[in-house]
Ligand binder design. Structure first.
Ligand SMILES: Nc1nc2c(ncn2[C@@H]2O[C@H](COP(=O)(O)OP(=O)(O)OP(=O)(O)O)[C@@H](O)[C@H]2O)c(=O)[nH]1
Ligand SMILES: [Mg+2]
Length: 243
């Protein structure tokens, strides 16, 4: 499994998260850095030398962004020959110890979401109330506008069968922030992908700073409508099953 991980100023988190991923013998890592001013890119290069063959660093130039970095990293991953691809954040909010469960669920699904909101629970640690409410609202909003049914449409912790991911029109994704996350889900369901969810515990970052901005939030409100205008709502028959 190739793990794609975008980084921007994650110097304090990169080493432990990479160690956690590499503890699973079935993994490789692609770090997608956006010229982090704190030197995360140089650390990524050092890790690539130390773990030659298992860690690779990609250095982006041009406009930076979480969405752009995930898309570039995933497109590269598709060409790498991996059968399965995982996407995850580098700030330790996504616990690498969940990787075996995500990988195992790919035996039954084409896309598995590491979900914070299964079975009526909210599995989030150290989030202030306004962050929980924002995330809950975002998920309701996205489900209402697009017709999607997963409980966590905005989780970036996802495992893919490459056969499904390679069919997605990733080259058309234009969003800079999080909005590509529900957009990719809609495309996956339209392609007939089987979508499952496994529970994860999301822990708010302890080191480094969040990059959530007003621009990214506004984009997230608009994009679900653009996705629906382009291809319609997800039809009931297309809807994913829950794992
Ligand atoms: N390459 C790249 N990575 C980014 C960019 N912005 C954020 N990231 C990375 O994307 C992941 C998620 O970003 P966060 O800032 O943690 O966003 P978040 O998880 O919603 O916010 P918090 O809850 O505060 O952690 C982290 O690994 C970041 O380093 C960017 O512009 N470029
Ligand atoms: Mg985070």
């Amino acid at each position: 499994m190739l793990v794609v991980m975008p980084t921007y100023n994650e110097r304090a988190n990169l080493e432990p998260v990479v160690a956690g991923i590499l503890a699973h013998p079935f993994t490789r890592v692609l770090i997608v850095d956006d010229g982090s001013p704190d030197g995360t890119g140089a650390l990524a290069d050092a890790l690539a030398v130390r773990h030659s063959g298992r860690v690779k660093a990609m250095h982006r130039t041009g406009p930076r962004g979480l969405g752009r970095s995930y898309i570039d990293g995933l497109r590269h991953a598709i060409t790498s020959g991996a059968d399965t691809i995982c996407q995850m954040d580098a700030d330790l909010s996504h616990d690498p110890s969940a990787l075996p469960e995500l990988a195992a669920a790919l035996q039954h699904y084409d896309l598995v979401i590491g979900s914070r909101y299964l079975n009526g629970a909210i599995s989030v640690v150290n989030w202030p109330l306004h962050r929980i409410m924002l995330s809950a609202f975002a998920n309701r909003y996205i489900r209402a506008v697009t017709g999607l049914s997963p409980r966590d449409c905005t989780s970036a912790y996802r495992a893919w069968r490459c056969s499904l991911l390679a069919q997605l029109p990733l080259q058309h994704a234009r969003t800079s922030g999080y909005a590509f996350l529900p957009e990719m889900l809609v495309e996956a369901v339209r392609l007939g992908g089987r979508v499952g969810e496994v529970p994860i515990l999301f822990v708010e970052r302890r080191a480094g700073a969040s990059k959530l901005s007003l621009h990214v939030l506004l984009e997230s409100l608009l994009v679900p409508w653009l996705v629906v205008l382009r291809g319609g709502r997800v039809r009931r028959a297309d809807r994913p099953r829950r794992g």
